[in-house]
Ligand binder design. Structure first.
Ligand code: AMP
Ligand code: MG
Length: 319
C-alpha cells in the first residue's frame, strides 16, 4: 500500500516499524526499505524481500549525530567526528567499528557497521518517531535499479512490503557516498552525492576504491549492481555510441543512446554532476520500460566530480 508521506502516513509507518514490519520510505539518496536494526526477524525479511545475498551488509540509519555516537560507542573516532560534523545529516555513510546490540545480519557478521544520518525531512521525521536505528538498503530487488520514486519501489516490491511512504522524487538520486573511517587514511569505498572534492576539504588526503582487501572491506561492492533488465553498454565517446547504434539498427535491434550535457544522444541528461545524478535512475527506469534490445550510454568525463555517475553506469553495464 502506498500512502502520502504526511503526518498521518509517517505516524503509521513508525507503528509498522515498531511492530517489526517493513516500510519503504524516501531519503535524499534513493528510496530505502526500512526495518528495525535490532530486530533479527525484520532484518532477515529485508534480505529475503530483496533477494539480497547475506554477505552484503546493510546501512544503519539514525536520527542524529548523538544517536550515531551512542550506537557506535568506543569506536567513534576523530575522522567520524569531522565527517559527521561536515556532512550529517546528509548523503554520506561512514563505516565504523560495529556497535553492540545490532542484529548479526546487519553487518553480514563482520566487525564493522555502516552508519548514516539522512537529511530527507520524511526520513528524519520517521526516525525520530520510531526512536530506534533503522536499516534501509535501497528498496529494489537485489542487483536492480535503485528507486528514486515511490512508484519504482511499488512496481518492484509492491505486495512484499507492509507500507510505502510516497515523498516524491529523491533529490540526490544516487546511493550515498561510503567512506571507511576505520582506516588511515580514510577510504572512499563508493562515490556518491558527497563529491571527492568535498571529502578532500575535510579529510585532506584519502584513499580511493575498495583496496586490496576489497571483499572483506565492503562486501556489497561486487561489480554488477544497479542494473536495468535491458542490456546496457557504456562507451567512452559519442563516436563509439553512434557506431554501435548504426550496427544495432542495421541488425533490426531496437536501441536508444543516453548521454550527458552537450553530447548528442536519444536521451540527454544534465551536463552537471549533481543534476545528472538526480536524473540518472529515473532515466534508466524509463528506458528500461520501453522494451528495447539495447541501451548505449556515453560515459561523462573521467573526472572526480563525475565518479558517482561513472560508477553507476559501469555497474549497470557490467555483465
Ligand atoms: P546500499 O546497498 O545502498 O544499502 O549500501 C550498502 C553498501 O554499503 C554495501 O553494499 C557495502 O558496500 C557498504 N557497507 C555496508 N555495511 C558495510 C560494512 N560493515 N563495511 C563496509 N561496507 C559496508
Ligand atoms: Mg542498493
Amino acid at each position: 500500500m502506498i500512502v502520502a508521506a504526511d503526518e498521518h502516513g509517517i505516524a503509521r509507518a513508525a507503528r509498522v516499524l515498531a511492530d517489526g514490519g517493513l516500510v519503504v520510505f524516501p531519503t535524499e539518496t534513493v528510496y530505502g526499505l526500512g526495518g528495525l536494526a535490532h530486530d533479527p526477524d525484520a532484518v532477515a525479511r529485508i534480505y529475503s524481500v530483496k533477494g539480497r545475498p547475506s554477505s552484503n551488509p546493510l546501512i544503519v540509519h539514525v536520527a542524529g549525530v548523538a544517536e550515531a555516537r551512542s550506537l557506535v560507542g568506543d569506536g567513534w573516532n576523530p575522522v567520524a567526528e569531522a565527517l559527521a560534523g561536515a556532512f550529517w545529516p546528509g548523503p554520506l555513510t561512514l563505516v565504523l567499528p560495529r556497535g553492540p546490540g545490532l542484529a548479526d545480519a546487519v553487518t553480514a557478521g563482520g566487525p564493522t557497521m555502516a552508519l548514516r544520518v539522512p537529511a530527507h525531512p520524511v526520513a528524519r521525521e520517521l526516525l525520530r518517531a520510531c526512536g530506534k536505528p533503522v536499516v534501509a538498503p535501497s528498496a529494489n530487488s537485489s542487483g536492480r535499479l535503485s528507486p528514486t520514486l515511490a512508484c519504482h519501489a511499488w512496481e518492484d516490491l509492491g505486495g512484499r512490503v507492509d507500507l510505502i511512504l510516497d515523498g516524491g522524487a529523491c533529490l540526490a538520486g544516487v546511493e550515498s557516498t561510503v567512506v571507511d573511517a576505520t582506516t588511515r587514511p580514510a577510504r572512499l569505498l563508493r562515490p556518491g552525492p558527497v563529491s571527492p572534492m568535498k571529502l578532500e576539504e575535510v579529510l585532506g588526503r584519502f584513499a580511493v576504491g575498495p583496496g586490496s582487501e576489497a571483499v572483506a572491506r565492503s562486501p556489497g561492492l561486487e561489480t554488477r549492481h544497479y542494473a536495468p533488465r535491458t542490456k546496457l553498454v557504456a562507451v567512452a565517446t559519442a563516436e563509439a555510441a553512434v557506431s554501435m547504434a548504426r550496427e544495432a539498427r542495421a541488425e533490426g535491434r531496437k536501441m536508444a543512446t543516453l548521454a550527458f550535457g552537450a553530447t548528442p544522444a536519444d536521451m540527454i541528461l544534465p551536463g552537471t554532476p549533481a543534476e545528472a545524478e538526480r536524473a540518472l535512475f529515473a532515466a534508466l527506469h524509463r528506458l528500461d520500460s520501453l522494451g528495447l534490445d539495447l541501451i548505449v550510454a556515453v560515459f561523462p568525463p573521467d573526472e572526480p566530480r563525475w565518479w558517482a555517475v561513472r560508477d553507476r553506469l559501469a555497474r549497470a553495464s557490467a555483465s
